[in-house]
Design a protein around this ligand. Structure first.
Ligand SMILES: [Cu+2]
Length: 268
């Protein structure tokens, strides 16, 4: 059936058109905090997008090449009465070539991305600031522990929140990431940050945003049945004063809650 090749050709052409169209569509392209979807709000976001586009182009070229060969073969050698398949043992030379080329591409990508990786993940490149919070992933929520007014974690005045991340625009922000049970992944899509939370490790993670607003924090590691609902709200404040005001309000709420539960337990 020679017509099958037309079906496969149509599917390949539709796929290529889709990935050529995607960058020009706000819905199809990578999520961004701003109206300009080429601008990423975090300082390393555009480097990540650059790598993404590079890899998309490499895989796109390979996809087009393999599809052309595939459709050509399906068109040229359809089933026909009397036609018998030839069994061969393969070609050593071809196998060497198609092993070396992908290996070379992988080595190139590995070397090419090193600067970006270093900027984001190397501890020596992390901003020298006090941590904003300690965030612990747990089935199925993000538990956040902010240092209270004393600015230090693990003291009596810590503030505890669930799924509620707040930080200040334009300031490099550091968190300590942990997991209480299984692997989770701390993912801020608009800021192009993704980091696994690993049981037993405390991992410093940094990010920033050059604009205020509301974003989403999601878990990007399939961590159990409730994985889909493991998301948090992110609020980026315009100024430190605005952040402090929010923090003061939350501290007050927390102490009222503690008072109420203390009184409740006295009554029992
Ligand atoms: Cu999770």
């Amino acid at each position: 059936m020679r017509n099958w090749s037309l079906l496969f050709a149509a599917a390949a052409v539709a796929s290529v058109l889709a990935f050529v169209y995607a960058p020009f569509s706000q819905e199809w392209w990578l999520p961004n905090a701003s109206d300009n979807y080429w601008h990423v709000a975090s300082s390393y976001g555009n480097q990540i997008d650059h790598l993404f586009i590079l890899i998309l182009i490499i895989t796109g070229v390979v996809f087009i090449g393999t599809q052309v060969v595939f459709v050509y073969a399906a068109h040229k050698f359809p089933d026909a009465p009397g036609r018998v398949a030839k069994y061969i043992h393969g070609s050593q030379r071809l196998e060497v070539i198609w092993t070396i080329i992908p290996a070379a591409i992988l080595v190139f990508i590995a070397l090419y991305q090193m600067g970006t990786w270093a900027d984001i993940k190397f501890r020596s490149a992390m901003p020298k600031v006090q941590p904003l919070a300690e965030i612990t992933g747990r089935q199925f929520q993000w538990m956040m522990r902010y240092p209270g007014p004393d600015g230090r974690l693990h003291t009596d005045d810590d503030l505890f929140l669930v799924n509620d991340l707040h930080f200040v625009k334009g300031k490099p922000t550091l968190i300590y990431l942990r997991s209480a049970d299984v692997l989770h992944s701390f993912y801020l899509p608009e800021l192009r940050l993704k980091q696994d939370a690993v049981p037993g490790l405390t991992i410093p993670v940094w990010f920033d945003s050059d604009r205020a607003g509301k974003l989403e924090l999601v878990c990007a590691e399939l961590c159990g049945w409730g994985h889909y609902k493991m998301r948090g709200n992110v609020t980026i404040h315009d100024t430190q004063a605005e952040f402090d005001e929010w923090m003061t309000g939350k501290m007050r709420e927390q102490s009222v809650d503690q008072l109420v539960s203390a009184q409740g337990s006295k009554g029992n």
